[in-house]
Design a binder for this molecule. Sequence first.
Ligand SMILES: [Zn+2]
Length: 172
Amino acid sequence: MLSSYESDACNPTKISIFVWQLLQNKIPTRSNLFKRGILKNPEECKCIFCGVENEDSNHLFIHCKIASDLWRDCYKWWGIRTVQDKDCKKVFEQHPNVAKMTTEKIGWECIWFTVTWTIWLARNEKIFKQKEVDRRKLLEMVQIRAFNWIKASRKDVRRLKNTSMLQTVGRY
Ligand SMILES: [Zn+2]
């Protein structure tokens, strides 16, 4: 059973607004906060996960080990072989092409949204609640959120209640 926090974390409208802001480079990453003068010290821009690189969108959602591992797990889950671009926006533009069938494309788009959203929530939980992330748990959260996203977006998914979550996500 999902807590109210978790079900809110699956809200498609909220996630769509987040992705739109991400593609405009408007989400409050530490680098953006520094550019806006909210963070004063360049040392405060370091990524909360690796502590080595500065936290900007490309690093946080694509390059950081936590992100690249999660993408690798999702590609493996979907049986997709691809070489990912280094730029967040380009990865978004290219991502529908990595899935072959139209139904897969829609599902894969949902995965793209939920992967970035899951990384963002994990980042916030680590910063504000000192909660450590676990690779397996992250993939699980992507799968749960993708399922809930689809459930919230499509009423007829109820027809498929006897199929597994993975089959359902793959089908849409
Ligand atoms: Zn990092």
